[in-house]
Design a protein around this ligand. Structure first.
Ligand code: FES
Length: 216
């Protein structure tokens, strides 16, 4: 594969032609907010809409997780337009996220906290009405708990369970505000097929899927 040179926020970086811009930026110490991207995933999900960047010559901002790099690309990750898009996406996610950081096992390791810090927004955004989903926490699995009220619908657990582990225990159900990650027929996790690999917990960027206390 051909090597290319591009510029991100004024920094010249080298990459293989066709590499995904998000990973090139992150690997070079340039943070772009992201929740749904997985390196192993060939077809990016691009559902969280957090990773917008501007590329010189492009008519509008694009998502860095779907953009292959090219020779001479000039990328900006901090323009006013980009920040506006990223903040709106983050605030929409936060408006339905059950904020209880003080009691959450993921506190200080949560990707949503990192994104809010990076974008200088509050975890409880004032601009939008906070909507509580009030869904029951599933504690039925021997290995982990699942709190759908903290789920950010990034789809990482769904993808690893199906595509990597070949199980498909978790999936999306419903649409719009009602959308949730759940099991077939919404059965408790303790009652469905699961190989107990823990991959879903590993990829969860927030505190939705957490190992139980006996599994630190
Ligand atoms: S990381 Fe690009 S849209 Fe989610």
């Amino acid at each position: 594969m051909k090597k290319v040179t591009l510029t991100i926020d004024g920094k010249k970086v080298e990459a293989q032609e066709g590499e995904i811009l998000l990973w090139v930026a992150l690997d070079n110490g340039i943070y772009i907010p992201n929740l749904c991207a997985l390196r192993e995933r060939e077809q990016p999900y691009a559902g969280c809409r957090l990773c917008f960047v501007e590329i010189e010559g492009y008519p509008e901002p694009v998502t860095a997780c779907t953009e292959p790099v090219k020779e001479g690309m000039i990328v900006k990750t901090q323009t006013e337009e980009v920040q506006k898009l990223q903040k709106t996406a983050a605030e929409l996610i936060l408006s339905t996220h059950h904020i209880d950081c003080g009691h959450c096992k993921k506190n200080k390791k949560c990707e949503l906290q990192k994104i809010a810090r990076h974008l200088k927004i509050k975890l409880k955004p004032k601009r939008l009405r906070l909507i509580s989903k009030d869904l029951p926490v599933d504690d039925s699995h021997p290995l982990f708990t699942y709190d759908p009220n903290k789920c950010v619908l990034c789809g990482k657990c769904v993808w690893v369970c199906k595509e990597k582990q070949g199980v498909g225990t978790l999936n999306f159900a419903y649409r719009g505000f009602e959308m949730v990650v759940t099991t077939f027929n919404k059965l408790p996790l303790g009652e469905v097929q699961c190989n107990q690999c823990g991959s879903c917990v590993e990829v969860c960027p927030v505190g939705a899927l957490l190992l139980k206390e006996s599994h630190p």
